[in-house]
Design a protein around this ligand. Structure first.
Ligand SMILES: Nc1nc2c(ncn2[C@@H]2O[C@H](COP(=O)(O)OP(=O)(O)OP(=O)(O)O)[C@@H](O)[C@H]2O)c(=O)[nH]1
Length: 208
Protein backbone atom coordinates (compact mmCIF):
# COMPACT_ATOMS: atom_id res chain seq x y z
CA UNK A 1 0.00 0.00 0.00
CA UNK A 2 3.03 2.23 -0.08
CA UNK A 3 3.24 3.15 3.59
CA UNK A 4 6.40 2.88 5.62
CA UNK A 5 5.84 1.95 9.24
CA UNK A 6 8.18 1.89 12.16
CA UNK A 7 7.98 2.29 15.90
CA UNK A 8 10.24 5.33 15.77
CA UNK A 9 10.02 7.52 18.85
CA UNK A 10 9.13 11.15 18.46
CA UNK A 11 9.77 13.26 21.54
CA UNK A 12 6.69 12.11 23.38
CA UNK A 13 4.88 9.81 20.99
CA UNK A 14 5.28 6.13 20.23
CA UNK A 15 3.66 4.28 17.39
CA UNK A 16 2.44 0.70 17.28
CA UNK A 17 0.60 -1.54 14.88
CA UNK A 18 -2.14 -3.66 16.36
CA UNK A 19 -3.95 -6.29 14.29
CA UNK A 20 -7.38 -7.76 14.93
CA UNK A 21 -7.67 -11.38 13.85
CA UNK A 22 -10.12 -14.26 14.28
CA UNK A 23 -12.91 -16.04 12.40
CA UNK A 24 -15.39 -14.15 10.26
CA UNK A 25 -18.27 -12.72 12.31
CA UNK A 26 -16.61 -12.74 15.76
CA UNK A 27 -16.86 -8.93 15.93
CA UNK A 28 -13.45 -7.53 14.89
CA UNK A 29 -14.86 -4.56 12.97
CA UNK A 30 -17.39 -3.84 15.72
CA UNK A 31 -14.67 -3.92 18.37
CA UNK A 32 -12.60 -1.42 16.41
CA UNK A 33 -15.57 0.89 15.79
CA UNK A 34 -16.50 0.70 19.48
CA UNK A 35 -12.96 1.64 20.51
CA UNK A 36 -12.51 4.36 17.90
CA UNK A 37 -15.97 5.94 17.85
CA UNK A 38 -17.66 4.64 21.00
CA UNK A 39 -20.52 3.25 18.91
CA UNK A 40 -21.95 -0.15 18.03
CA UNK A 41 -22.46 -1.14 14.43
CA UNK A 42 -25.85 -2.81 14.50
CA UNK A 43 -27.88 -3.94 11.53
CA UNK A 44 -26.83 -6.38 8.88
CA UNK A 45 -23.39 -7.90 9.05
CA UNK A 46 -21.04 -6.69 6.33
CA UNK A 47 -17.95 -8.86 6.17
CA UNK A 48 -14.59 -7.07 5.85
CA UNK A 49 -12.92 -7.46 2.46
CA UNK A 50 -9.16 -7.73 2.73
CA UNK A 51 -7.77 -5.37 5.33
CA UNK A 52 -8.36 -1.84 6.62
CA UNK A 53 -6.96 0.32 9.39
CA UNK A 54 -7.85 3.18 11.75
CA UNK A 55 -5.66 5.21 14.09
CA UNK A 56 -6.28 6.15 17.67
CA UNK A 57 -3.94 7.97 20.05
CA UNK A 58 -4.15 6.96 23.71
CA UNK A 59 -2.36 8.34 26.74
CA UNK A 60 -0.22 5.91 28.69
CA UNK A 61 1.18 7.61 31.77
CA UNK A 62 1.78 10.90 29.99
CA UNK A 63 3.11 9.39 26.76
CA UNK A 64 1.04 9.59 23.62
CA UNK A 65 0.78 6.11 22.18
CA UNK A 66 -0.50 6.01 18.62
CA UNK A 67 -2.20 2.76 17.82
CA UNK A 68 -2.67 1.93 14.19
CA UNK A 69 -5.31 -0.77 14.32
CA UNK A 70 -5.65 -3.13 11.40
CA UNK A 71 -8.98 -4.85 10.91
CA UNK A 72 -8.53 -8.02 8.90
CA UNK A 73 -11.08 -10.13 7.05
CA UNK A 74 -11.79 -13.37 8.90
CA UNK A 75 -12.90 -15.23 5.80
CA UNK A 76 -10.55 -17.98 4.66
CA UNK A 77 -10.27 -16.60 1.13
CA UNK A 78 -8.45 -13.48 2.38
CA UNK A 79 -5.93 -15.37 4.53
CA UNK A 80 -2.99 -15.03 2.17
CA UNK A 81 -3.52 -11.25 2.03
CA UNK A 82 -3.58 -10.86 5.81
CA UNK A 83 -0.59 -13.14 6.41
CA UNK A 84 1.60 -10.55 4.72
CA UNK A 85 0.72 -8.02 7.43
CA UNK A 86 1.49 -10.19 10.46
CA UNK A 87 5.20 -9.59 10.53
CA UNK A 88 4.83 -5.80 10.98
CA UNK A 89 2.36 -6.11 13.84
CA UNK A 90 3.51 -5.24 17.34
CA UNK A 91 0.38 -6.68 18.91
CA UNK A 92 -2.39 -9.06 17.91
CA UNK A 93 -5.87 -9.10 19.36
CA UNK A 94 -7.19 -12.59 18.67
CA UNK A 95 -10.97 -12.81 18.93
CA UNK A 96 -13.50 -15.57 19.23
CA UNK A 97 -17.24 -15.29 19.76
CA UNK A 98 -18.44 -16.75 23.08
CA UNK A 99 -21.66 -17.89 21.34
CA UNK A 100 -19.81 -19.69 18.54
CA UNK A 101 -17.93 -22.84 19.50
CA UNK A 102 -16.22 -23.21 16.12
CA UNK A 103 -14.67 -19.76 16.48
CA UNK A 104 -13.22 -20.86 19.84
CA UNK A 105 -12.02 -24.21 18.51
CA UNK A 106 -10.23 -22.38 15.70
CA UNK A 107 -8.16 -20.32 18.14
CA UNK A 108 -5.45 -23.00 18.19
CA UNK A 109 -5.16 -22.75 14.41
CA UNK A 110 -4.96 -18.95 14.65
CA UNK A 111 -2.20 -19.26 17.23
CA UNK A 112 -0.41 -21.57 14.79
CA UNK A 113 -0.63 -18.89 12.11
CA UNK A 114 0.71 -16.30 14.54
CA UNK A 115 3.60 -18.61 15.29
CA UNK A 116 4.32 -18.95 11.61
CA UNK A 117 3.91 -15.37 10.38
CA UNK A 118 4.25 -12.91 13.28
CA UNK A 119 7.32 -11.58 15.07
CA UNK A 120 8.46 -13.74 17.93
CA UNK A 121 7.96 -11.05 20.58
CA UNK A 122 4.53 -9.94 19.36
CA UNK A 123 2.10 -9.08 22.18
CA UNK A 124 -0.96 -11.34 22.01
CA UNK A 125 -4.29 -10.90 23.74
CA UNK A 126 -7.11 -13.42 23.48
CA UNK A 127 -10.59 -11.87 23.56
CA UNK A 128 -13.89 -13.69 24.02
CA UNK A 129 -16.28 -11.22 22.37
CA UNK A 130 -20.11 -10.92 22.48
CA UNK A 131 -20.08 -11.46 26.25
CA UNK A 132 -23.40 -9.58 26.37
CA UNK A 133 -25.20 -12.55 24.76
CA UNK A 134 -25.64 -14.47 28.01
CA UNK A 135 -28.48 -16.68 26.79
CA UNK A 136 -26.58 -17.92 23.76
CA UNK A 137 -23.20 -18.39 25.36
CA UNK A 138 -21.43 -21.66 24.41
CA UNK A 139 -17.96 -20.96 25.80
CA UNK A 140 -17.50 -20.41 29.52
CA UNK A 141 -15.16 -17.71 30.80
CA UNK A 142 -13.04 -20.44 32.44
CA UNK A 143 -12.53 -22.14 29.05
CA UNK A 144 -11.11 -18.93 27.60
CA UNK A 145 -8.93 -18.43 30.66
CA UNK A 146 -7.63 -21.99 30.45
CA UNK A 147 -6.71 -21.73 26.79
CA UNK A 148 -4.99 -18.37 27.34
CA UNK A 149 -3.00 -19.85 30.20
CA UNK A 150 -1.95 -22.81 28.09
CA UNK A 151 -0.48 -20.45 25.48
CA UNK A 152 0.71 -17.90 28.03
CA UNK A 153 -1.27 -15.03 26.54
CA UNK A 154 -3.44 -12.40 28.20
CA UNK A 155 -7.21 -12.88 28.16
CA UNK A 156 -10.43 -11.02 28.74
CA UNK A 157 -14.03 -11.11 27.62
CA UNK A 158 -15.44 -8.13 25.75
CA UNK A 159 -18.63 -6.81 24.25
CA UNK A 160 -18.49 -4.47 21.29
CA UNK A 161 -22.23 -4.00 21.84
CA UNK A 162 -22.11 -2.71 25.44
CA UNK A 163 -18.48 -1.57 25.36
CA UNK A 164 -17.51 -3.93 28.19
CA UNK A 165 -13.71 -4.16 28.50
CA UNK A 166 -13.11 -2.74 25.01
CA UNK A 167 -11.07 0.30 26.09
CA UNK A 168 -9.43 -1.81 28.75
CA UNK A 169 -8.22 -4.38 26.21
CA UNK A 170 -6.65 -1.75 23.95
CA UNK A 171 -5.20 0.19 26.90
CA UNK A 172 -3.64 -2.98 28.33
CA UNK A 173 -2.02 -3.69 24.97
CA UNK A 174 -0.80 -0.09 24.62
CA UNK A 175 0.64 -0.22 28.11
CA UNK A 176 2.29 -3.59 27.55
CA UNK A 177 3.91 -2.33 24.32
CA UNK A 178 5.12 0.87 25.91
CA UNK A 179 6.51 -0.92 28.97
CA UNK A 180 8.24 -3.48 26.77
CA UNK A 181 10.04 -0.69 24.99
CA UNK A 182 11.21 1.15 28.10
CA UNK A 183 11.76 -1.81 30.44
CA UNK A 184 15.26 -2.47 31.67
CA UNK A 185 16.35 -6.13 31.80
CA UNK A 186 16.01 -6.28 35.59
CA UNK A 187 12.51 -4.75 35.63
CA UNK A 188 9.55 -7.09 36.03
CA UNK A 189 7.40 -7.87 32.99
CA UNK A 190 4.14 -5.99 32.62
CA UNK A 191 1.38 -8.11 34.11
CA UNK A 192 -1.83 -7.60 32.15
CA UNK A 193 -3.99 -9.53 34.61
CA UNK A 194 -2.81 -7.36 37.50
CA UNK A 195 -3.29 -4.18 35.47
CA UNK A 196 -6.84 -5.19 34.62
CA UNK A 197 -7.64 -5.90 38.27
CA UNK A 198 -6.22 -2.56 39.37
CA UNK A 199 -8.10 -0.63 36.70
CA UNK A 200 -11.34 -2.34 37.65
CA UNK A 201 -10.81 -1.61 41.34
CA UNK A 202 -10.01 2.05 40.77
CA UNK A 203 -12.71 2.51 38.17
CA UNK A 204 -9.62 3.52 36.13
CA UNK A 205 -9.27 4.20 32.47
CA UNK A 206 -12.05 2.21 31.10
CA UNK A 207 -14.96 1.65 33.45
CA UNK A 208 -17.62 -0.62 31.95
N1 LIG B 1 -24.42 -9.03 20.56
C1 LIG B 1 -23.26 -8.70 20.01
N2 LIG B 1 -23.12 -8.73 18.67
C2 LIG B 1 -21.91 -8.39 18.16
C3 LIG B 1 -20.80 -8.02 18.97
N3 LIG B 1 -19.75 -7.77 18.16
C4 LIG B 1 -20.19 -7.95 16.91
N4 LIG B 1 -21.49 -8.31 16.89
C5 LIG B 1 -22.30 -8.65 15.69
O1 LIG B 1 -21.64 -9.72 15.02
C6 LIG B 1 -21.69 -9.55 13.61
C7 LIG B 1 -20.29 -9.59 13.01
O2 LIG B 1 -19.54 -8.48 13.46
P1 LIG B 1 -18.26 -7.92 12.66
O3 LIG B 1 -17.59 -6.94 13.54
O4 LIG B 1 -18.65 -7.44 11.32
O5 LIG B 1 -17.40 -9.26 12.51
P2 LIG B 1 -15.93 -9.46 11.90
O6 LIG B 1 -15.16 -10.30 12.85
O7 LIG B 1 -15.32 -8.13 11.58
O8 LIG B 1 -16.22 -10.28 10.56
P3 LIG B 1 -15.31 -10.38 9.20
O9 LIG B 1 -15.16 -8.98 8.68
O10 LIG B 1 -16.09 -11.25 8.26
O11 LIG B 1 -14.01 -11.02 9.56
C8 LIG B 1 -22.44 -8.24 13.37
O12 LIG B 1 -23.79 -8.55 13.06
C9 LIG B 1 -22.35 -7.51 14.68
O13 LIG B 1 -23.44 -6.64 14.91
C10 LIG B 1 -20.98 -8.00 20.40
O14 LIG B 1 -20.10 -7.74 21.19
N5 LIG B 1 -22.23 -8.37 20.84
Amino acid sequence: MGFVYSDVDHADEVFYKVMLIGDSGVGKTCLLVRFKDGAFLSGSFISTVGIDFRNKVVDVEGTKVKLQIWDTAGQERFRSVTHAYYRDAHALLLLYDVTNKASFDNIRAWLGEINEYAQEDVVIMLLGNKADMAGERMIRTEDGEKLAKEYNVAFMETSAKTGMNVDLAFMAVAKDLKMKKTRKPADPKFNVAEYVLQERKSGGCCGS
